[in-house]
Design a protein around this ligand. Structure first.
Ligand code: ADP
Ligand code: MG
Length: 257
C-alpha cells in the first residue's frame, strides 16, 4: 500500500463556547494517499469544516494529531490550500490574474515573473483565460469559484482543501463545476479533501467517501466510490446505501436502548 500523504490520527476538536466546551469531532482517524479525492460527508454541524480547518492548520486538535508527510501540522502553510464556499474569498481590488498571482508571491513560492506565468497557466486551466484582467465583481459565482480553485492550484499544494465550494451555486452551474473539477483532476492528479453535505455531490466528486455522524462528528463508515457514476444504477444504489447509513442512527439507537 502507498504511504499516507496525510494522517488524521484520533483527532478531537473542541471550541470554547459561551456555555462551555463544544466538541465538534471526536477521535476521528483516517489517512489519505497521494492523488485521492477524499470526501467528508455528513449533516450540517457534524464537524466537517472544523476538520478541514484543523488540516489547514487553523485549529489545533484537543486530542490526537494531524501529520503531513509524517510531520505534525501545527500552522497553516502553502502545502495546504483552502477553497471556501463564499464568493467573497477573492480580493475585490485585484483582477483575476492579480488574485492568483498575489497568493503565489505572498507565499514566496515564486518570483514575480514566475508567478505571472504560473497564474496564467492556472487561469487557463479553469477556462478563465479571457477574464484574466476582469475584477471579481464582473464575474458570476461559478467564475469566482474557478478563480479560487486556480489560486489554490497555482500554489501546487500537497493537498487542496475544499469546503462546500459549490454549495452556493445554482444546480446547473454546480453540476458543471463538479465535472470541471474532475476534468482538472484527470489532467493533474492533485490530492483533494472535499467537504459536502450532498450525497449526490459526494458520489460525483469523490474516489473515497467518509461518512461522519452528527454532533459530535465521528467516523461512521467509509465508502469506495471510485469510478461510480451517480447517474447510473450503481450510483443510485450507492446513494441509497449512504442515505441509510447516514440517517439510520436515530432508529438504531432507539432499538438498542
Ligand atoms: P459542519 O461544517 O459539518 O457544518 P462545523 O465544523 O462548522 O460543522 O461545526 C461543528 C460543531 O462545532 C457545531 O456544533 C458548531 O456549532 C461548532 N462550532 C463551529 N465553529 C465554532 C466556533 N467558532 N465556536 C464555537 N462552536 C463552533
Ligand atoms: Mg461547514
Amino acid at each position: 500500500m502507498a504511504a499516507a500523504l496525510l494522517e488524521v490520527d484520533g483527532v478531537t476538536l473542541r471550541y470554547a463556547g459561551e456555555r462551555g466546551l463544544v466538541t465538534a469531532t471526536e477521535r476521528v482517524s483516517f489517512s489519505i494517499t497521494e492523488g485521492e479525492r477524499l470526501v467528508l460527508l455528513g449533516p450540517s454541524g457534524c464537524g466537517k469544516s472544523s476538520l478541514l480547518k484543523a488540516i489547514g492548520g487553523y485549529l489545533a486538535p484537543a486530542e490526537g494529531e494531524i501529520r503531513l508527510r509524517g510531520r505534525r501540522v501545527s500552522e497553516p502553510g502553502p502545502d495546504r490550500m483552502m477553497v471556501f464556499q463564499e464568493f467573497d474569498q477573492l480580493l475585490p481590488w485585484k483582477t483575476v490574474r492579480g488574485n492568483v498571482q498575489f497568493a503565489l508571491q505572498a507565499s514566496g513560492r515564486a518570483t514575480a515573473v514566475a508567478a505571472a506565468q504560473r497564474a496564467d497557466a492556472a487561469i487557463a486551466k479553469v477556462q478563465l483565460g479571457a477574464f484574466a484582467n476582469a475584477y471579481p465583481h464582473e464575474l458570476s459565482g461559478g467564475m469566482k469559484q474557478r478563480v479560487a480553485i486556480a489560486r489554490g492550484m497555482a500554489m501546487e499544494p500537497d493537498i487542496l482543501l475544499m469546503d462546500e465550494p459549490f454549495a452556493a451555486l445554482d444546480a446547473m452551474t454546480r453540476t458543471a463545476m463538479q465535472d470541471e473539477l474532475l476534468q482538472l483532476w484527470q489532467d493533474t492528479r492533485f490530492t483533494v479533501v472535499f467537504v459536502t453535505h450532498s450525497i449526490q455531490e459526494a458520489i460525483r466528486v469523490g474516489s473515497r467517501i467518509l461518512l461522519l455522524s452528527p454532533h459530535p462528528g465521528r467516523l461512521k463508515a467509509e465508502v469506495n466510490s471510485d469510478g461510480v457514476d451517480r447517474r447510473l444504477e450503481d450510483g443510485r444504489l450507492l446513494s441509497e446505501m449512504i442515505h441509510l447509513s447516514l440517517f439510520a442512527t436515530a432508529a438504531a439507537t432507539s432499538i438498542e436502548s
